[in-house]
Design a protein around this ligand. Structure first.
Ligand code: TXA
Ligand code: MG
Length: 347
């Protein structure tokens, strides 16, 4: 399959209309959102949705997020809409918030991985919103990476993973947030965060008065099966082995410096991703800044792109200096710890 690459200039360009039509015809279109690039298909067309799983190599029990452009599109997709849901989405849609609700009959099982719930979000990106509006159908869209790889924050990342496997890639430049949306289960009495993301727990608490974290997010030693099926897989990973290093920053720097020398002696290429304030302590050659310790959103915007760059540079091992789990730091560390597959070193 030839993948057509569209550089977005305006919604009036003929190629943009062509992509919207392709979605209506059951084809796959990758497009930018404010979080990461999504791989879209008609959420109500089982065959179209199946082709998403095939293109990504994604396990079929991992359900997709359905993207809408207008609140009117929500009603037909769900069994009912509770007042708390209205409150939450009025505050944070369009935005990096996904709500899990009881599904209606029109949503096919393949879209929800066989669950009787459906995940829905309204993205905060003009291209995504315009594309959904033009296609005039709800769009199922996982992150547009091969399964297990870091999510794409540039159109080039999508091409790296999916060129020749999908019909269109719409290039809208870099994604602002850089990590995926917060997934919140709204089917129970209390809102429960299944996947941390751009909307923080305290932002949800502010609106609803109460929010819980899924057990799988709270305690690393607790091996409960996560309710969000996607969270059980090794994920977001570069080819290199990732290690999270936590502790006082000088100890982290010393430990990592020693490790990098040992790795080098064994013929391995290692880098450290660290806060810009600490970079010099790691030695200039192997240390790359992911942003400021004072601004987790900067780290969010950079981390997946840095993982991919390490792969391009043929890096064997990546040591990541941990950041605080405050605010969006919770989501950033969730992705880094997943990429590390549990390899967390406390120094
Ligand atoms: O920011 C985002 O959410 C991006 C952009 C493209 O919108 N999309 C995204 O999709 O990250 P994906 O497929 O990579 O991740 C969807 C997550 C998975 O962890 C999946 O298990 C969870 O949402 N999910 C989807 N439907 C669910 C459901 N019915 N119940 C529980 N979790 C669900
Ligand atoms: Mg994903």
């Amino acid at each position: 399959m030839q993948t057509k690459y569209i550089k977005y200039e305006s919604s009036d360009i003929p190629e943009f209309n062509e992509a919207a039509k392709a979605l209506q015809q059951g084809k796959l279109v990758a497009f930018p959102t404010e979080t990461v690039y999504g791989l879209g298909a008609d959420a109500l067309n089982s065959d179209a949705v199946k082709s998403i799983y095939i293109a990504k190599g994604r396990p079929s029990d991992n359900p997709l997020i359905v993207h809408i452009s207008d609140i009117e599109m929500l009603k037909p997709l769900v069994a009912k809409i509770k007042p708390d849901v209205v409150k939450l989405v009025s505050e944070y849609w369009p935005g990096p918030l996904t709500v899990v609700l009881q599904k209606s009959d029109i949503v096919p099982d393949v879209t929800t991985g066989g669950l009787d719930t459906v995940a829905i979000r309204m993205p905060d990106h003009p291209i995504a919103l315009e594309l959904i509006r033009k296609a005039n159908i709800p769009i199922a869209a996982p992150s547009a990476n091969r399964s297990g790889r870091p999510s794409p924050t540039l159109a080039e990342h999508v091409a790296e993973d999916l060129d020749g496997r999908i019909s269109y890639i719409i290039d809208g430049g870099p994604c602002r947030v850089g990590i995926e949306s917060t997934v919140v289960d709204m089917t129970g009495d209390t809102a429960t965060i299944l996947r941390p993301g751009g909307i923080t727990p305290s932002m949800i608490e502010k609106v609803l008065g109460k929010v819980e974290l899924d057990k799988s997010l709270m305690d690393k030693k607790n091996v409960e099966i996560p309710k969000s099926p996607g969270m059980k897989y090794r994920h977001y990973s570069p080819k290199a082995d990732v290690f999270v290093v936590t502790g006082f920053h000088e100890d982290v720097a010393n430990w990592t410096k020693n490790k990098i020398i040992q790795d080098k002696n064994m013929g391995k290429k290692s880098v450290v991703l660290a806060a810009k304030e600490h970079i010099e302590q790691f030695g200039l050659n192997n240390a790359i800044s992911y942003g400021s310790v004072k601004d987790a959103s900067e780290v969010a915007a950079n981390i997946f792109s840095l993982f991919r760059k390490c792969d391009q540079d043929g890096v064997d091992k990546i040591y990541v200096e941990a950041i605080s789990k405050e605010g969006i730091g919770l989501a950033v560390m969730n992705r880094i710890e997943k990429a590390a597959g549990g390899k967390i070193i406390e120094v």
